[in-house]
Design a protein around this ligand. Structure first.
Ligand code: NAD
Length: 356
């Protein structure tokens, strides 16, 4: 891979990393010249939103605590109206991918620069990807304007992140890093970041499961999220993500848990085509037994489901999902056909060990 041709256009926000870093939020807003900041959060994190407004002091214009999953256009319209009424000149989005997503929509449609303060490991704060949901249909795109200007990673804010969300958003991030290692637009820099992101998570997640309020471990996990988020922002995804999107879109299976189940099988499927990438993932996972099996063991250790059956999928849907996913495949190192996907999905459905 080291001599393969590539094009890389790095797009990265300023990062302020460290426990307690939220205390610097007013300074960071000032640095960007923001004077009337609208703070964004979900209803569940409204108290945190209010705390950010307090810290911003005279630079706070108000709080919009209505961020919701998948960025509904109605939510964006309500937040835009609030921003206009308050004369906001920027946002601070504090929360997970849903809140960052609302900040991105306001950056895209209302030109409001954003400071992101992530409290999960979704990694959206490192990407130029945006999404909007209208009448049940999600539109996505890439635009440089949606990248936060500054990201404040403060581990103290994730101490109470529930175990399920912790594990699921981390596995989601690992999936991006793993596919980044064999993406057609892979390059040595992003591959090294991907490997390190997987390494940090593999080392941290089991320890975090035993000590969820350990601030140093939470900091390590945030570093994993940051690294994997960079990969997400700079590489395309393959068969794993295609399958997850079809499983989520057609059967309504839960996004992050689906990632955890499918990833080992998708990597086993690609193993014959990209042995070096699989070797690097296995090494990052500290696995002697190969990356796919190590990922099954990690998901099990974290209490995540290890079969699509456990997520509510019917066996009869395997053919339909394979059909959809093979019709318009994402770029993938091993050619994707219906029969190959049926075999992959059968294993993932029943929870058999991956094929490699
Ligand atoms: P989320 O933002 O939907 O948050 C899930 C729930 O956890 C929310 O109710 C939230 O209030 C709560 N929460 C968040 N942090 C918490 C904390 N520290 N303590 C307690 N509760 C907390 O979930 P997510 O996994 O962060 O994000 C998922 C969304 O992000 C998906 O819609 C996904 O499509 C999107 N995403 C987008 C990108 C991108 O690049 N555009 C990348 C990754 C994910």
């Amino acid at each position: 891979m080291s001599t393969a041709a590539f094009t890389l256009d790095l797009a990265l926000p300023r990062v302020v990393f460290g426990a307690g870093g939220l205390a610097r939020i007013a300074e960071e807003a000032e640095r960007l010249g923001l004077r009337r900041v609208l703070v964004l959060s979900t209803p569940g994190q409204a108290a945190l939103g209010a705390r950010v407004a307090d810290l911003l002091g005279s630079r706070a214009a108000g709080v919009f605590a209505g961020a919701a999953m998948h960025v509904p256009v109605e939510t964006v319209a309500a937040a835009t109206a609030r921003a206009a009424r308050l004369g906001a000149d920027g946002t601070v989005a504090i929360g997970g991918g849903s809140t960052t997503g609302l900040g991105k929509a306001l950056a895209l449609q209302a030109g409001l620069p954003m400071v992101a303060v992530p409290t999960t490991y979704a990694g959206s704060e490192m990407t130029t990807m945006w999404g909007l949901t209208e009448a049940g249909a999600k539109r996505t795109g890439r635009d440089a304007s949606v990248l936060p200007k500054t990201v404040v990673y403060d581990a103290e804010l994730s101490l109470d992140l529930p175990a399920g969300t912790t594990a699921a958003s981390a596995l989601n991030a690992i999936a991006h890093a793993a596919e980044g290692l064999y993406a057609p637009d892979a390059n040595p820099l992003v591959a090294a970041i991907a490997e390190e992101g997987v390494r940090v998570f593999a080392r941290t997640l089991p320890a975090l499961a035993d000590a969820p309020r350990d601030v140093a471990l939470r900091g390590d996990a945030l570093q994993g999220a940051w690294l994997c988020g960079i990969v997400m922002g700079h590489s395309t995804v393959g068969v794993h993500h295609k399958l997850c999107h079809v499983l989520g879109g057609t059967l309504g299976l839960p996004h992050a848990e689906t990632h955890a189940v499918v990833l080992p099988h998708a990597l086993a499927f690609n193993a014959p085509a990209v042995p070096e990438a699989l070797r690097r993932i296995a090494s990052a996972l500290g696995a002697g037994d190969g990356a796919p099996r190590a990922l099954v063991a990690l998901a099990g250790r974290l209490g995540l489901p290890t079969s699509l059956r456990a997520l509510g999928m019917e066996e009869a849907d395997i053919g339909r999902v394979a059909e959809f996913a093979s019709k318009a495949p994402y770029p993938n190192p091993r050619p994707v056909d219906r029969d190959g996907l049926v075999a992959l999905l059968r294993r993932a459905w029943s929870g058999e060990p991956p094929a490699a």
